[in-house]
Design a protein around this ligand. Structure first.
Ligand code: ADP
Ligand code: MG
Length: 906
């Protein structure tokens, strides 16, 4: 883009291209509309050339926005933060008001000459009512120059005098502290003074945490129980002062003597803080934008003159074009040039134009009169043209300031929109400071240009309600978050298992395994430890075609009555499709429910689990039921040679690739495991030599009460609402069928406690099973932006705020982690038993795994493995995921059975 083609906003002489946002143009517009006063005047050629350097086109402002974006990103990045010109300081504000904040809060606002103490009360109901009482205390010189200790004692004394006056009862109060000096803030309630300014010089404070100093002073007085919970910057106070009812206000903009801004950034982009969840208020400190030369091509000669004469040359270049402290000086430099050759310049001394005058002069209605008054007061003989010119200059300076400010604001908004992965961003911007407050045109220009510079954002500028209220709100929000956090922590603590607790689970399972294996104690154990009649793993010599059928927990759920007829239909269909009709193939049947086996091709169903409840099956031999169903279907033959538990199928199919695979693990709809046990340990069977695969049926672990201490109220609710209350208690802590429900129950509880959905119960959340376990996987996916978490929850019909989605994700994490750790503790018990059985110092063993939860959840597998490593350090355990393992394993077992049968015949 070459500058020659650009369309200037300011000072463009061609009336046909006038823009309403431009001062020259705006006034020209007035003259065109027939203001008789203005018609007689015009922009002289000299004026045009004097104002030309202030002329910024929309394209230029776009460029400034782009550079501001880059500068902001450098400020946010850990690597470049310390050298960045735009500092992007974290303010440790994690949320904006949501209207539920309630209670009384104290604010201590330390100003240049006064201390303001304020008590704010929030009603916290539907229309958040705010009442405030305040008192001002002059700060004597003896305090501003005296030792730090005196200053803080003074603050504490003012506090209790104020509270005494109000006859406040001795309740606990929380306080927000506005401390307007350069600080290094490290927490919401921790901020180290870097250096004093504004006439304060109290020795012994620099380098120290001002919150701790204030807290000490308050505690020393011992009059009221007050806790300092927030130290606040005035820019964030501006952002937080806005009413939550109109929608979120996540940007604050101050244009006062100086300028600054803040916004709610995505915490993961604020690399200098540990937090990665949710949002974090960031104070941009954008006044120093351009100090590295980024604004060189927009600086005018007047800016250079001003900068050279300033106390801090080369610094705060952006602020020096926008802040009220400087606007008057820029105007003075331009007028000095305009009036050169006349007696005037000598009278135009530094400070002769006040911000207030500049703002008033640029006013279309009263501006000319003010110009005349101001020029006269400076002793200048001002003609009508002089007054008109002065007004033009003031407008140009103010409008340029608004334009530059708009470019910065647009950068913030585009950054927010992009980092939240939104196609449109809707937010309010709280504005405050003398310049925006006094100058309607500044606000209008700002609003219009922001629209043009960040067209993807719907922005409403809102006049802030004073920073004291905002500081009170920061305190109230911090208090709400802390209270919510305590409630959340208390709720989730029930689901957090220590290393010792997991060790206990491991030991308990080990004990139950021993009981389950022994004939005498078998009945008292909650794990059945069923023999499977599988004594060998595949040796690789198996050949031929075999059929396999896998009845898991999810896919056949609808078939309650004609279960086995349906299964036969499925096989017939499959054979027809494969062109195998008429052939009688040996079939291995994976049946993932507890069966008492007495041989490979016989299995008495002990109970249904995982939501199955077909009648007439429990106590029956399921192979016989299947064979009868085959007979009912004409022209169809099947040779069922093996019934196989899915855990066993999985172990066998993995064993085909890895001979040390001696454990099978399932974590899908339900959970279970099998492993190779020494025959001598299996009480139910004769024989001392060799091994047999034992189907543990560990899903029922705890059904005898041994895990009662680990069940939370949520687990009990899920159990009670299930088809099989009191049964499969371990499975109900771990597997896919239940995790979503546990999460839903916790979310209901957190809503009731006011920690979610602003405490309003969502009817959707009352629906059982709406929260499926697959959502846990998607919500926990690595690198998933909050926006996407929100989208997942929106799809479920849940309307969530950013904070809600952070909390939902945390609940999902806690529930899934507990499941994985319990599963890991159980695997540890199994591998340790194998190791001890064999009298080994070290065991290397492979666990074959199947089940969608294990395979698709982003962290489950890793957490299982980590737990096993912790709890069974003498076993080196490899986890091998099987492809369709449970089904293929059944075919393999059928093949092994056929091989063995052939050998026996031969
Ligand atoms: P089965 O248990 O019937 O053999 P699976 O092993 O495929 O079948 O497990 C199915 C279960 O896995 C579902 O009931 C569901 O609870 C869970 N599930 C499905 N998709 C996911 C996913 N993306 N992440 C975690 N769990 C899932
Ligand atoms: Mg399965």
């Amino acid at each position: 883009m070459s500058s020659g083609q650009e369309t200037p906003l300011v000072g463009k002489p061609l009336p046909s291209q006038l823009s309403p946002t431009c001062p020259g143009h705006g006034l020209a517009g007035v003259s065109e509309s027939g203001s008789p006063q203005a018609q007689s005047r015009h922009l002289t050629a000299q004026m045009q050339s004097s104002l030309q350097p202030l002329c910024l086109s929309l394209e230029t402002l776009h460029r400034v926005k782009g550079r501001m974006l880059e500068a902001m990103e450098r400020g946010l990045s850990r690597r470049t933060h310390s050298q960045a010109t735009v500092r992007m300081l974290p303010a440790f504000i994690r949320s904006t008001p949501d209207g539920t904040e309630r209670g009384k809060f104290l604010v201590l606002e330390l100003g240049d000459t006064h201390l303001r103490v304020l008590l704010m009360e929030l009603s916290g109901d539907t229309d958040q009512r705010v009442t405030m009482e305040d008192q001002h205390f002059p700060v004597p010189d003896a305090i501003t120059q005296g030792p730090g200790e005196k200053l803080f004692a003074f603050l504490a004394t003012c506090l209790w005098e104020f509270l005494d006056e109000l006859h406040m009862p001795q309740t606990d109060l929380e306080l927000g502290f506005s401390f307007p000096f350069a600080c290094r803030q490290t927490r919401l309630d921790q901020s180290y003074l870097i250096s004093w300014s504004k006439g304060f010089r109290c020795p012994g404070v620099e380098g120290r945490d001002v919150v701790a100093l204030l807290q000490e002073a308050i505690d020393k007085q011992d009059r009221y129980r007050i806790k300092v919970i927030a130290v606040v910057n005035d820019t964030t106070g501006t952002m937080m002062s806005c009413d939550a009812s109109a929608g979120p206000c996540e940007v604050g903009l101050v244009v006062d003597a100086g300028t600054n801004s803040c916004f709610m950034a995505e915490a993961r982009h604020v690399e200098v803080v540990e937090e990665s969840e949710g949002r974090m208020g960031v104070v941009t400190e954008w006044g120093s934008f351009g100090d590295n030369g980024a604004l060189n091509d927009v600086l005018s000669p007047y800016d250079h003159q001003l900068d050279q004469a300033s106390l801090n040359p080369g610094k705060q270049r952006y602020e020096k074009m926008i802040g009220g402290l400087y606007l008057g000086e820029i105007v003075r430099h331009i007028l000095t040039e305009l009036f050169s050759g006349r007696t005037a310049p000598a009278r135009l001394t530094e400070g002769s134009f006040q911000t207030q005058d500049i703002l008033e002069i640029s006013d279309e209605q009263v501006g000319l009169a003010t110009a005349r008054r101001v020029l006269r007061a400076l002793g200048l003989e001002a003609s009508d043209q002089d007054c008109f010119n002065t007004q033009q200059v003031c407008s140009a300076v103010c409008i340029r300031a608004a334009g530059l400010c708009a470019a910065g604001l647009a950068a913030i908004l585009s950054h927010m929109c992009r980092s939240r992965e939104l196609s449109r961003l809707k937010t309010s911007v709280a504005v405050d400071g003398a310049v925006v407050r006094a100058h309607a045109k500044f606000r209008q220009t700002l609003q219009q240009l922001v629209k043009q510079l960040a067209p993807e954002c719907d922005v409403t500028l809102v006049q802030a309600e004073g920073s004291s209220k905002g500081i009170g709100m920061v305190t109230a929000v911090a208090s709400r978050l802390a209270a919510q956090r305590r409630r959340v922590d208390r709720t989730l603590a029930l689901l957090q298992l220590s290393h010792d607790a997991l060790g206990t689970v491991q030991a308990l399972l080990r004990q139950e395994m021993e009981l389950g294996l022994k004939k005498e104690t078998h009945a008292s154990s909650s794990v059945r430890m069923l023999p499977t009649y599988i004594c060998a793993t595949p040796d690789g010599s198996e050949r031929g075609d075999f059929l396999a059928l896998d009845l898991g927990g999810t896919n056949f759920r609808v078939l309650l009555v004609k279960l086995f007829d349906h299964i036969v239909e499925c096989i017939a269909d499959f054979q027809t499709k494969q062109g195998m009709m008429g052939q009688t193939l040996p079939l291995g049947f994976t049946f993932s429910f507890p069966c008492q086996q007495t041989s490979l091709d016989q299995g008495i169903l002990l109970s249904w689990t995982k939501g199955f409840n077909a009648s007439g099956c429990v106590g029956q031999d399921v192979v016989k039921l299947l064979r009868e169903a085959v007979k009912r279907k004409n022209h169809f033959a099947l040779d069922v040679v093996a019934i196989v538990n899915d855990t066993v199928g999985t172990m066998m199919s993995c064993g085909y690739d890895d001979p040390s695979c001696e454990v099978g693990l399932i974590v899908g709809t339900g959970t279970n495991a099998c492993y190779m046990e020494e025959l001598r340990n299996v009480g139910a069977l004769a024989g001392e030599e060799g091994r047999m695969c034992i189907n543990m049926e560990w899903g029922a672990f705890g059904d005898n009460g041994c895990l009662d201490a680990f069940f939370t109220p949520f687990d009990r609710q899920v159990d009670e609402a299930s088809l099989n209350p009191g049964r499969q208690r371990f499975e109900k802590l771990i597997s896919g069928m239940y995790l979503g429900e546990i999460v839903r129950r916790i979310l209901l509880e957190l809503t009731a406690k006011g920690c979610l959905f602003r405490g309003r119960p969502s009817p959707k959340l009352q629906t059982p099973d709406i929260f499926q376990t697959k959502f846990l996987s998607s919500i926990e996916s690595d690198g998933l932006a909050l926006r996407q978490v929100c989208a997942i929850l929106e799809e479920l019909g849940l309307h969530v705020s950013c904070e809600d989605s952070v909390l939902v994700r945390e609940v999902c994490q806690v529930v899934a982690r507990r499941a994985a750790q319990l599963c890991g503790a159980a695997v540890a018990a199994v591998v340790e038993k194998i190791r001890e059985n064999r009298g080994l110092e070290q065991l290397a063993v492979t666990v074959g795994v199947d089940g969608t939860l294990y395979k698709l959840h982003p962290h489950f597998a890793q957490q299982v493995q980590a737990t096993v490593q912790q709890l069974a350090p003498r076993c080196s355990v490899t986890f091998l995921q099987s492809e369709d393992g449970s089904g293929k394993g059944a075919a393999l077992i059928a093949a092994v059975a056929c091989r063995v049968a052939r050998h026996q015949r031969a």
